[in-house]
Design a protein around this ligand. Structure first.
Ligand code: NGO
Length: 530
């Protein structure tokens, strides 16, 4: 009898923990989301995620199911819940459900916007496309306790403040770049980088695949590019490269997170690795030596030699075959050893090759010297005049001003990693600028979006990479997503400070800037680099 009573009591405790304890009311207005949503209304209660929660998709759209699976997989390690994914037609009651629907037909939201309605009994996440739902899922994850990011079982409870969020991006292109040429980063590391971008609703990853120090993408017709040209890196390490199969894996991993890969083959300068791999690409027919230093501007393809265009055509053809996204980036920066008329001739011809293979050419702002098609894209990094020339040619601009958006610039004079040729970029300075007013004559309608490039001359491993990328990446994500009227540093720095526990739960090696009111002591979990 005593045992039975004990058993009964235990059941009661278990049952009440799981199902009956009312959720603690939470205030959605006090959540510290990054990027900040377009609009938010708090309704003062909470939804509690339990092992009985179901993820319900409104119909059998493959893409939506993929998002549902993504969400279930994300929630599983920390909660231990194996949430089922069901179809709307299969479920009976509307309770304890996270409902995903991608056919809202709401023009204001565009492709990537979403509407998130959180009530005590259920959550409704709706958008016009699976991409919008995916962005909304990131908001949902940020509304859960930061321990949701842990890979091991955590205690919970898993409560989400109730309310309504209506949210959509300010810019169509919200990207980051990784230079895998100066130091090679393999598939798994690039995937981790993609996870970071996905978490903050970014949608493009530009991969700088070739430079003087290394050619990192297999081109089947020109195998020596990687066999020889990929065999070293800055400082003389062993380098490496992506096979086309590796690259396809990256493209797929990114696509599952609604991120598009923009591959860059830097031409006609920054080509020493290619010039070392094939003697015939050099004007004098002699192969260069491999290069492991950090200088720029000394190499050039032989722009008046027809072989060069056969080479470029082969490279772009193979790259296009494995790149579903719309852009092929042809570099074009700092071709200081190419004569200006040869440079212009080269850019115009390469633009035709990219067009012939059905893609849009993207290039650093130097390409505005050429006669650009209006669907080519110029990436502003250095010269404001070049950005103005892009506007003059009706060409859209991706804003990556080096003095504001380069992730490889040092934070301040004490930072040991990174470069400082464009100045120091503290966390506030990286955040406080408006792409649409930075350059006279370049307005919002001229701008496709924002990208923060990470050049890796000084970056040799993931710890170092994270130190330069975090926390600045979050600021660039917000500049791209959140409308200007909703952005200000005083408000942002508090939200950033509150992301600290999450960065630590993710094991990220971030720079603990003194300008940010961090909510936890910095010693915890942070390996300071300098
Ligand atoms: C420049 C240069 C790169 C360097 C980088 C370092 C551009 C577009 N070209 O940016 O080769 O790696 O600075 O910050």
């Amino acid at each position: 009898m005593k045992n039975l009573l004990l058993f009964f009591c235990m059941c009661l405790v278990l049952f009440s923990c799981e199902e009956k304890t009312p959720s603690t009311p939470k205030d959605l207005a006090k959540e510290f989301l990054i990027p900040k949503p377009d609009s938010l209304l708090a309704t003062g209660s909470s939804f509690r995620l339990t092992k009985k929660t179901q993820i319900v998709i409104q119909d059998e759209f493959l893409e939506l199911r993929t998002v549902g699976i993504f969400l279930a997989n994300k929630l599983k390690p920390a909660t231990g819940f194996k949430l089922p994914i069901s179809l709307y037609s299969e479920v009976e009651s509307g309770n304890n459900i996270i409902y995903l629907s991608s056919d809202l037909n709401n023009d204001q939201l565009g492709v990537e916007g979403y509407e998130l309605i959180i009530e005590e009994n259920h959550i409704k996440l709706q958008g016009n496309s699976a991409a919008g739902i995916f962005r909304g899922v990131q908001t949902l994850l940020q509304l859960l306790p930061e321990t949701i990011e842990k890979k091991s079982l955590q205690t919970g409870p898993w409560e989400i403040a109730s309310g309504i969020i209506v949210d959509f991006p300010s810019y169509e292109y919200r990207g980051a770049m990784i230079d895998v040429s100066r130091h090679f980063f393999g598939v798994e590391k690039v995937k981790e980088y993609i996870d970071h971008l996905a978490r903050y609703k970014m949608n493009y990853l530009h991969i700088h695949l070739t430079d003087d120090q290394g050619w990192r993408i297999e081109i089947k017709k020109w195998p020596n590019l990687t066999n020889h040209g990929g065999s070293t890196q800055v400082g003389g390490g062993k380098g490496g490269f992506f096979t086309q199969e590796d690259y396809k894996k990256i493209v797929k991993y990114a696509a599952d997170r609604f991120i598009t890969i923009v591959p860059e083959i830097d031409l006609p300068g920054h080509t020493n690795a290619a010039l070392a791999s094939y003697a015939e690409l050099n004007c004098d027919g002699k192969a260069q030596k491999l290069y492991t230093g950090m200088e720029v501007g000394f190499s050039t393809l032989c722009t008046r030699n027809e072989n060069t265009y056969e080479f470029v055509d082969d490279v772009i053809k193979e790259l296009v075959e494995i790149t579903p996204g719309p852009y092929i980036h042809i570099g074009g920066d700092e071709s200081h050893s190419t004569k200006q008329e040869d440079y212009i001739y080269f850019v115009d011809r390469v633009q035709d090759i990219v067009k012939k293979y059905g893609k849009q050419m993207m290039g650093w702002d130097d390409i505005t010297e050429g006669s650009l098609n209006s669907n080519s894209v110029a990436q502003h990094w250095a010269k404001t005049d070049n950005a103005k020339k892009a506007v003059g040619q009706n060409v859209k601009i991706v804003m990556s001003p080096a003095s504001k958006a380069y992730l490889d610039m040092k934070y301040d004079s004490t930072t040991t990693l990174g470069l400082n040729w464009a100045g120091f970029i503290e966390v506030d300075s990286g955040y406080i600028w408006n792409p649409a007013t930075l350059i006279n004559g370049v307005k919002k309608e001229n701008i496709l979006g924002v990208e923060c490039p990470l050049w890796t001359e000084t970056v040799t491993n993931l710890d170092e990479l994270e130190y330069l990328v975090f926390p600045r990446l979050l600021g660039y994500a917000e500049i791209g997503w959140t409308k200007q009227e909703n952005r200000n540093w005083e408000d942002y720095k508090v939200r950033l400070g509150n992301q600290q526990a999450r960065l630590e739960a993710l094991g990220i090696n971030y720079y603990p800037s003194k300008l940010v009111p961090w909510t936890k002591p910095t010693e915890k979990g942070v390996k300071l680099k300098d």
